[in-house]
Design a protein around this ligand. Sequence first.
Ligand SMILES: [Zn+2]
Ligand SMILES: [Zn+2]
Length: 535
Amino acid sequence: MPKGKYLYLRNGNIWTGDDAVPKTESVIIGDGKIVSVGTTTQLDAHPFAADAVVHNLEGTSVIPGMSDCHIHVMACAKGLESVDLSSAKSLEDVLERLRERSKEVGPDSWIYGTMLNENNWDKPVLPTAADLDKAWIDNPVVIHRICTHATIANSKAMELSGLNNMDMPGIRRDADGKPTGVLVEGAQPPVHAVLKKNLFTNELLMEYLDRYLKYAASFGLTTLHSCSASSLGMEEELGLYQTLWEEGRLCCRVYNIHDQLSEPSMGGLLGNDFVRFEGFKLFLDGSLGARTAALTFPYADDPTTDGMLIHETGELVEKLCEATRRGDHVMVHAIGDRALDQQLEAVEKTCAVYPEPKHPFLLNHVEILRPDQIKKMKKLPVACVIQPTYVPSDIDMVPARLGDKQELACVWKDLVDAGLLLCGSSDAPIEVLDPMVGIWALVNRTSYDGMRTWRPEQKLPLDQALRIYTTYPAKAHGTWRWNGSITPGKAADLVIFDRDLFAIDPTELRDVGITNTIVDGKLSRGCIDGWDCYR
Ligand SMILES: [Zn+2]
Ligand SMILES: [Zn+2]
């Protein structure tokens, strides 16, 4: 069947993200672009409507394509091949799953396990190589802990990756100085490099990326800002996305943020609207879980520590200046308020040298922050990248870690009210990918079981929650000129739902279905008779 020239999405409830026409009923797209929006009566009379492929929406919602502004796509793709250990309840469970996988893949193949969380076990002890060896299989085994800050290798994997003879901080050792198989932080890359050579060939990775991007499209995601974290064994490879794009298979826009500065002569944003080098990211502190997020006060459940800062401020300013000079986006990981203090000071100093940076500085996580910092942020070129699922995920941990300072956590509404740009993200594979779960969390602020509400005064209306996944990301990442809203002339990136988002109970937002996702005018999710889709 010949493909149509125009697609007419008719008679829906279209939330455009465009303040000029916030809501409308119908939209015509063609040649990758939004051609026209209006009421059904208006567009029925449009000259292109007569020959268009017509899709009746029957009152369901359409919104602009959604962005995930902080995700580790390559790590997620590798996860498709991995043995998922998230539901393991004991070491014996883990060993049983390794034995099963060994039977499937044969004795020589490397085995990669992910999402290990020994805190869910009756005996919460991180396993060692000696523990993993009790699976009695011949395979080299590498297991990534859920936080991605620790990897455990069995004896064979330790031997094959040469780690037994390496001397670097982060290789945990027993009383005799022998490596235990536990590798933390910067000691992880060697074993992941061997894993890549032996298991994750480019061919396999392309296949998994392809599958994962289709999976992302099934949730209405059209743009992924994917972060490299090579020190944690989660590096990104721009070239693989580029190949997928050349083959017409890249069904999400993927913008890579690397953990190194670009080559000095290279300006930011090298690439195109589908795949590009976007910028540079660095860690300023650790995590709340590990009590390494840098706070201005001691942890309530361990007053001996207030977390840690990773960089000297002077060194940070140098990096921000250099990235700004090149026109790269800069993203920093800052969970605690002391890390944010450092970044705001560094941004002020960078702006003294470069008063008009090309892009706002992206503050990733901003989980714990003070009202005086919000005031300061209003005056600086900054935007926030948040993970709304921190509310249900950290609902018990925050009170434990912060005690009477817990009111400083996850103040999304205060940030929106201050006029700051908030960009939604998942941080997958660490949190769930589905952006509708993020939107549900922003609007409801409950535990996952819905039984407890956390700081209801910080709930956001649905309209704002949608902006956090559509218009604000485009504004913060400099693509607003050509995408982020359903506006004639902009790229046709759209999501079609199976119901009207504004007519349902807000607690059901995470249960809605997505019938179609459209990227650059082509379907990346679902079929519409006579209309083009990604293969
Ligand atoms: Zn981070
Ligand atoms: Zn991350």
